[in-house]
Ligand binder design. Structure first.
Ligand SMILES: [Zn+2]
Length: 232
């Protein structure tokens, strides 16, 4: 951007030098009277912008170089063109700065956010209790071994058949009496077809590997069901 600008201003300097020299030659040759009619405004504007369409051999350039009216108009147009370009340069510079700032802010936020994101990276796991016993007091006997990761677990629980809908407390405990709670959360059931499911986030990343219990307690009947659980 800056290089382009420098290059184009060098071209402009050369052009102006050429115009001045041309004028000087004409004055020295005693040709102070402009030759031909005044060129139209469009031509002067093109000239002011150094349009490539204009040949330096164009007689209107000779005229402009020696006509005070055209030269004055040309200088005004040049000035306008230059300030327009400068405004454009300025606007571009502002836009570039804004982009750099936005980029920096986005990067900064991303950097700020990444540790938090790492902390809340959940391991999604599903525990299916559909076929587990639901009669109160009945041991959920031949329960398939439920295992969870020692991590922040986003746990989906498919509740046993005939489980009532509503709010449940879910806990991971060290024993079957409900003490030694490692993590707990509450959630409302979500019906999925015939099944009632719960979705809870449990932070188990500090849990040592071993045997625990997964407890579910319905808010209303307060009966807790414990399912053997392995944390790996
Ligand atoms: Zn003129």
């Amino acid at each position: 951007m800056r290089l382009n600008w420098l290059r184009s201003s060098r071209v402009e300097d050369r052009f102006e030098t050429w115009i001045a020299k041309r004028h000087e030659e004409r004055v020295l040759a005693g040709q102070t009277a402009p030759s031909g009619p005044h060129p139209d405004e469009a031509f002067l504007q093109d000239l002011a912008r150094k349009s490539k369409r204009i040949s330096l051999a164009d007689p209107r350039i000779d005229h402009a170089a020696s006509c005070p009216i055209c030269m004055s108009r040309l200088l005004t147009l040049r000035q306008e063109h230059r300030s327009h370009e400068q405004r454009l340069m300025f606007a571009t510079a502002v836009a570039v700065c804004a982009l750099v700032i936005v980029g920096a802010v986005v990067t900064y936020r991303a950097v700020q956010k990444s540790p938090a994101t790492a902390n809340t990276a959940f391991v999604s796991q599903t525990v299916n209790l559909w076929d587990a016993g639901t009669v109160r007091g009945e041991q959920p006997g031949e329960l398939q071994s439920v295992s969870l990761s020692a991590a922040s677990v986003r746990l989906k629980i498919i509740l046993p058949r005939f489980s009532p809908a509503g709010r449940y407390a879910v806990a991971v405990t060290r024993n079957q009496t409900g003490t030694g709670v490692l993590a707990q959360a509450t959630a409302d059931t979500i019906a999925e077809g015939q099944q009632e499911t719960l979705s809870v986030d449990l932070d188990l990343h500090r849990a040592a590997a071993g045997t625990y219990f997964l407890a579910t307690t319905h808010e209303q009947d307060q009966a807790a069901y414990y399912y053997p659980l392995q944390i790996k």
